[in-house]
Design a protein around this ligand. Structure first.
Ligand code: PGA
Length: 255
């Protein structure tokens, strides 16, 4: 079992290239002095800042992630970014299916499925976001929503022992500025996710190669409540990852 705690900073469309570089420099300097093998920090800047951020974290302790990818390898797809284009910048992890993309870009479970496939084929780690909306939660359809996203998203996915998938349970209603979910909601979702994944993958792969994390209004004040090695092994952080102090304070809590 991989016991690392993942701290994934999702900077969304919030930072200029210069801001992303400055923030990365500060985090990189801090994490080199405070390096912990038990924690993996991944920063996910906008596409426009990937190269500059990659130059800062070269050979450091922080890993690079992207916020999306297209599912074709190359071709006439105006405005899209391919997996090999991300790979040549040093990207190792890619967020797919974030609820903001599902909402604004109409990203479907089928798109998510194709993106997971291409990422695994190229040995990049997908960070697959799933989670129910407030409406689904209100009518008691939380598990149904999670299961639907998993069943469609993971259809025909091949996973081998050398690859990893991170699944971020992100209830849409808990993304800031909303209040976070209760830790028990996240632990329950993690159990549902793992049970469903056993229908796709062997128990060994589910135990060793799939990491479930939580996202939605995580900050230094609540992170320890969510981390539990049996259920939730990390966090996907938006708002609290945009400033050096708040991100470092959050990481310090789990050192
Ligand atoms: P938040 O964002 O931490 O600002 O709620 C998390 C996310 O949307 O990934």
């Amino acid at each position: 079992m991989n016991n690392k705690i993942y701290i994934i900073a999702n900077w969304k469309m919030q930072l200029s290239r210069a801001d992303a570089v400055n923030l990365t420099k500060k985090i990189a300097a801090w994490s080199e002095e405070n390096f912990s093998d038990a924690i993996k920090v991944i920063v996910c800047p906008s596409f426009t800042a990937l190269q500059a951020v990659a130059d800062v974290i070269k050979s450091g302790t922080i890993s690079l992630g992207a916020q999306d990818v297209f599912y074709h390898i190359n071709g006439a797809y105006t405005g899209e970014i391919s997996v090999s284009q991300l790979q040549e910048l040093g990207v190792e992890h890619v967020i797919v299916g974030h609820s903001e993309r599902r909402l604004f870009q109409k990203e479907s479970d089928d798109d998510v499925n194709r993106k997971i496939k291409i990422l695994l084929e190229f040995n990049l780690t997908p960070i697959v976001c799933i989670g129910e909306t407030m409406d689904e939660r209100r009518i008691g359809k939380t598990d149904v929503s999670i299961i639907r996203q998993l069943v469609r998203g993971f259809e025909d996915i091949k996973l081998s022992p050398s690859k990893r998938i991170i699944i971020a349970y992100e209830p849409v209603w808990a993304i800031s500025p909303a209040p976070p979910a209760e830790p028990r909601d996240a632990f329950h979702a993690s159990q549902v996710i793992k049970r469903i994944l056993l229908e796709f993958f062997s128990p060994e792969l589910v135990a060793n190669n799939i990491t479930v994390i939580y996202g939605g209004s995580v900050d230094a004040g609540n992170i320890v409540d969510f981390i539990d090695n049996n259920f939730i092994q990390g966090v996907l952080v938006g708002g609290a990852s945009l400033k050096h102090e708040s991100l470092v304070n959050l990481i310090k809590k789990i050192k």
